[in-house]
Design a protein around this ligand. Sequence first.
Ligand code: KIV
Length: 287
Amino acid sequence: MTVKKKKKMIHQFYKMKEKGEKVVWITSYDYPTGQFAEEADVDMILVGDSLGMCVYGYKGTIPVTMEQCIYHCEAVRRAAPNTFVIGDMPFMSYQISVEEAVDNAGRFLKEADCDAIKLEGGTRVIPQIRAILDAGIVVCGHIGLTPQSSGQLGGHKAQGRTVESAQVLIEDAIALHEAGIQLLLLEAVPPEVGKFITDLLPIPVYGIGAGMHTDGQLLIVSDLIGQFQAFTPKFVKKYANVAEVVTNALRDYGKEVRSGAFPSDEHCYHMIEGEFPKFEELIKKYK
Ligand code: KIV
């Protein structure tokens, strides 16, 4: 019998940091992986705008809309009622104005029952972050490689690899903390930078490609289960090869349909006892 999981809330993530316990965080975009995450005792789910690539086949995250994000958050929440779920604010849902940012952040809570929101950027999004926090919403910051502004970063490149760039990250992390964010995500930065920011800030600091010293790790579920095929960032470890398993299953199914091996009798419904002779009488009328 599975023991019902107890949902961890924000204060528990702070306690975990104090005790040096690592947080396990993955993305999920749909009901099945949401269920698997809950069953596997994952601490936190991000319904990332990476769904643009992992679910919709876009080249990046830029085309992703609020509607898509809410829709996927709803599915994940239904699957994982006892997991901390973070909604990811898509491109142009918080950049235009503080009012729009608050309105859109609120939608993740009102419509999809998320526990928190995440948005990308450092000092330049502080006004939006302050206003979202004033609305009583838990905010996770995200700095380092920020895919929504990868054009300005010169592509999907690791950040903080020079002293100058590391200093920008440190200043951003301090500014976000001072603005009041409760969680911070570092993406694609050297472990030394990940460690320094994790030790510097009293809030939980998690990493995706930020080394081993952060308070927890995030991976994109489609990468870690070996489902996403287009590219694999350096920081990804694949724990399964779902693409191979599924492709082989589909190939085997195809072979059996074509050869007539499927369906066999065990996959057929049979007529209720005593009905078959009557059925034979019936079909004579049509011959
Ligand atoms: O959308 C997402 O999955 C993310 C991660 C890449 C951090 O923002």
